[in-house]
Design a protein around this ligand. Structure first.
Ligand SMILES: *[C@@H]1O[C@H](CO)[C@@H](O)[C@H](O)[C@H]1NC(C)=O
Ligand SMILES: *[C@@H]1O[C@H](CO)[C@@H](O)[C@H](O)[C@H]1NC(C)=O
Ligand SMILES: *[C@@H]1O[C@H](CO)[C@@H](O)[C@H](O)[C@H]1NC(C)=O
Ligand SMILES: *[C@@H]1O[C@H](CO)[C@@H](O)[C@H](O)[C@H]1NC(C)=O
Ligand SMILES: *[C@@H]1O[C@H](CO)[C@@H](O)[C@H](O)[C@H]1NC(C)=O
Ligand SMILES: *[C@@H]1O[C@H](CO)[C@@H](O)[C@H](O)[C@H]1NC(C)=O
Ligand SMILES: *[C@@H]1O[C@H](CO)[C@@H](O)[C@H](O)[C@H]1NC(C)=O
Ligand SMILES: *[C@@H]1O[C@H](CO)[C@@H](O)[C@H](O)[C@H]1NC(C)=O
Ligand SMILES: *[C@@H]1O[C@H](CO)[C@@H](O)[C@H](O)[C@H]1NC(C)=O
Ligand SMILES: *[C@@H]1O[C@H](CO)[C@@H](O)[C@H](O)[C@H]1NC(C)=O
Length: 594
């Protein structure tokens, strides 16, 4: 149909209605029927430009890393890495969008930054925004005419303009930092939002890696005037064997409650902890660690060494990368913005004319366990909910699958609560071993718990959960589920997303994602909850109130729009009850330009 796009058209949202399924199937299936259906031959859609995969309520820049989000004069600003010329990486500029609710974005017609100086001519890469004396300043990485990564600064042309349309690079000061000795010229990028140290001077931090070995590090810089910056001897953090650290983030979290903070000084330390997050270039994971920060020595110490960067906690166990947080002074919260890549081939992206999407912004706060974070979609997203469907007390026997009537659609918000099955009534001690937290016994490959059989397990309960973006015949289904495993005498709870049957298309990566979910600090031990945001080709899962999150890409050929169904299922050996199920259709957002 359409020729290959020579330019990206991010504003045209087209949806194709699919042919109604010719198959009429019962409401309740058993596992044998499903297995038989799975044998049937593939059918391939090749007639469309795959525009039905375009998201309806996820902001869709093209493409790449997030840049400093910001709240200024009543407006949220989102800057994003964008190639104006193609749906592939290259010609990287800073696109700019504004919003008053973090959900309804408007594209700003002016690009914020484009490559036009010797110090950024090969690309204006990621960076961040800081309010300095009441006015925003951007710090960003430029790729120079000699292919070196350097740090630069830009200021608004008119800081009275709430839309901050135009930006000026400060030539006299740029670049303000070049790769120091011991650092490769290609391993020096992504300056953080700046903060003020105990000495009253500014700090910023840059992601890097030692040239001599595989140690990822965050370099720290200090400035009194935000113009001249000096490298500090001590790095903010470093971990052996983790490779290049991209998009570092460093922020305080309250020990109690959900309120955000931007105070990096000592006086609040008794009631706050600090988070360091980095994006690991080698694995493409956003990993983080919670710890204590001493503003006098400027040293960060992980609360648990076993949970340090790269070894344990991830923001998200699916596709979620290059995230950035910012303090939202309007709602006094810390908000996280992340980037969701495609999981199909670049040739498909070129054909679609777009690639990669912005995750729904998440509020972030410290879990009661004090060592991991919780994340939850900003409540503003709830304004898109309409036509709720509710069910209570659906009992799912072994191998049962229920279709949720009236829930067709590719734009949904789903909340489910399951009652945890009593593993074996005689075993008083069996409470799924709530004491086993992430701190000990973390398996280094959690995926083996999600898919297939796991012969080492002493006992398995589940999987039970929800199929979304499912065709009526269930040949296509994206499965989000819980599973309990007893292993070496202790129970693990997993939340998983199985994409192996998500699409009949052959070009999509169809993996299995999974993470452990901690029950130890969960008050209602009888209940397991999941919230799933479905938006055409995106499935974002928040398990146990946002204790474990999984973002996945699913490209169904059959199970889209009115032919996309929801099923609740139990493929385990013990009965499970879905005590509450709610499904909302989500409004489509029309993104306009301002
Ligand atoms: C970058 O832009 C130039 C035009 O300015 C174009 O010729 C080139 O193909 C673009 N490269 C990519 C990778 O998009
Ligand atoms: C890069 O630009 C600078 C400033 O114009 C110039 O001095 C330098 O020679 C250029 N380097 C290359 C490799 O072109
Ligand atoms: C700066 O922005 C303000 C607010 O939008 C506007 O009133 C003013 O005219 C602008 N100044 C210039 C020099 O463009
Ligand atoms: C340094 O960067 C160059 C690319 O600029 C790369 O080819 C080289 O392998 C890097 N060296 C190390 C030690 O990482
Ligand atoms: C990596 O190299 C740096 C700089 O040479 C050095 O300080 C550090 O100890 C090295 N780390 C390891 C694990 O060898
Ligand atoms: C990192 O490597 C250095 C140098 O080899 C070593 O002294 C240090 O113990 C290592 N740290 C960890 C946590 O393994
Ligand atoms: C869906 O509707 C059918 C009748 O149309 C009914 O038999 C079935 O129980 C309903 N399923 C659920 C889960 O409510
Ligand atoms: C986990 O790591 C340990 C030690 O590095 C290794 O012996 C073990 O085989 C790993 N297990 C899995 C499942 O990868
Ligand atoms: C489970 O999933 C992982 C990752 O997708 C894969 O490497 C592994 O082979 C799968 N195992 C089974 C038994 O399917
Ligand atoms: C249910 O479990 C069986 C046996 O482990 C497996 O073959 C089948 O694919 C599973 N079905 C679903 C829908 O997960």
């Amino acid at each position: 149909m359409a020729p290959l796009p020579s330019s990206l058209v991010p504003f045209s949202l087209l949806f194709f209605a699919l042919l109604p399924s010719i198959l009429s199937l019962p409401d309740r299936y058993d596992v044998q029927t499903l297995a038989a259906i799975d044998q049937s031959p593939d059918s391939q859609r090749n007639d469309l430009d795959w525009e039905w995969q375009r998201t309806g309520f996820h902001f869709q820049p093209v493409k790449n890393w997030m840049n400093g989000p910001l709240f200024y004069k009543g407006v949220y600003h989102l800057f994003y890495q964008w190639n104006p010329y193609a749906a592939v990486w290259g010609n990287i500029t800073w696109g700019h969008a504004v919003s008053t609710d973090l959900i309804h974005w408007k594209y700003v017609k002016e690009l914020a930054l484009v490559p036009d100086r010797w110090y950024d001519i090969k690309g204006v890469w990621s960076g961040s925004a800081t309010i300095v004396n009441g006015k925003p300043i951007l710090l960003y990485t430029g790729w120079t005419n000699s292919s070196t990564q350097v740090q630069n600064k830009a200021v608004p042309k008119n800081s009275s303009d709430p839309l901050l349309r135009e930006w000026i690079k400060v030539d006299a000061e740029n670049p303000f930092a070049v790769p120091p000795p011991g650092i490769n010229t290609s391993d020096f990028r992504d300056p953080t939002t700046a903060w003020i140290g105990q000495d009253g001077l500014w700090r910023t931090a840059v992601g890097s890696k030692y040239r001599a070995n595989d140690t990822g590090i965050i370099l720290q810089y200090r400035s009194k005037d935000f113009a001249k910056w000096e490298l500090l001897d001590e790095s903010l953090h470093a971990v052996n064997g983790t490779g290049m650290w991209e998009c570092p983030d460093f922020f305080p979290v309250a020990v109690h409650g959900q309120q955000g903070s931007e105070n990096y000084l000592g006086e609040e330390n008794a009631i706050q902890k600090f988070v360091i997050k980095v994006s690991l270039d080698e694995t493409r994971f956003d990993t983080y660690v919670v710890g204590d920060y001493d503003p006098a020595s400027e040293k960060f110490l992980p609360s648990f060494e076993a949970l340090d960067i790269g070894t344990a906690l991830r923001y998200d166990y699916g596709i979620y990368y290059a995230s950035k947080s910012f303090y939202d002074p309007h709602k006094k919260r810390r908000v996280l913005l992340g980037w969701i890549n495609e999981a199909d081939k670049p040739t498909s992206d070129i054909r679609k004319g777009w690639a990669s999407v912005q995750a729904i912004p998440r509020v972030v706060w410290l879990d009661e366990n004090q060592h991991s974070l919780r994340q939850w979609p900003v409540p503003e997203i709830n304004s898109l909910r309409k036509h709720p469907i509710r069910h209570t007390d659906l009992l799912l026997k072994q191998g049962e699958v229920f279709k949720v009537n009236g829930s067709q659609g590719s734009q949904l918000d789903i909340e489910v609560t399951f009652q945890i099955p009593k593993a074996h009534a005689n075993d008083e001690s069996d409470e799924f071993n709530f004491a086993s937290s992430r701190v000990e016994g973390i398996p280094n490959n959690t995926l083996i718990y999600c898919n297939g059989s796991f012969p080492e397990a002493e006992q398995i309960i589940g999987p039970f959960g929800v199929h979304v973006l499912a065709s009526e015949d269930l040949r296509e289904r994206t499965s989000v589920f819980f599973k309990f495993l007893k292993f070496k005498g202790s129970w693990k709870t997993m939340v998983c997303n199985d994409l192996t049957s998500s699409s009949l298309a052959s070009d999509a990566t169809k993996g299995v994602y999974g993470g452990l979910v901690s029950l130890s600090s969960y008050k209602n031990r009888q209940a397991l909850t999941m919230r799933i945001l479905v938006d055409h080709s995106i499935v974002e899962t928040f398990a146990q109130g946002g204790r474990t999150c999984i973002t996945a890409r699913s490209y169904p050929l059959l199970g889209s729009d009115n032919n996309a169904h929801i099923f609740v299922f139990n493929n385990g050996s013990l009965p499970v009850k879905a005590t509450h199920l709610a499904v909302w259709k989500m409004d489509k957002i029309r993104y306009t330009t301002v």
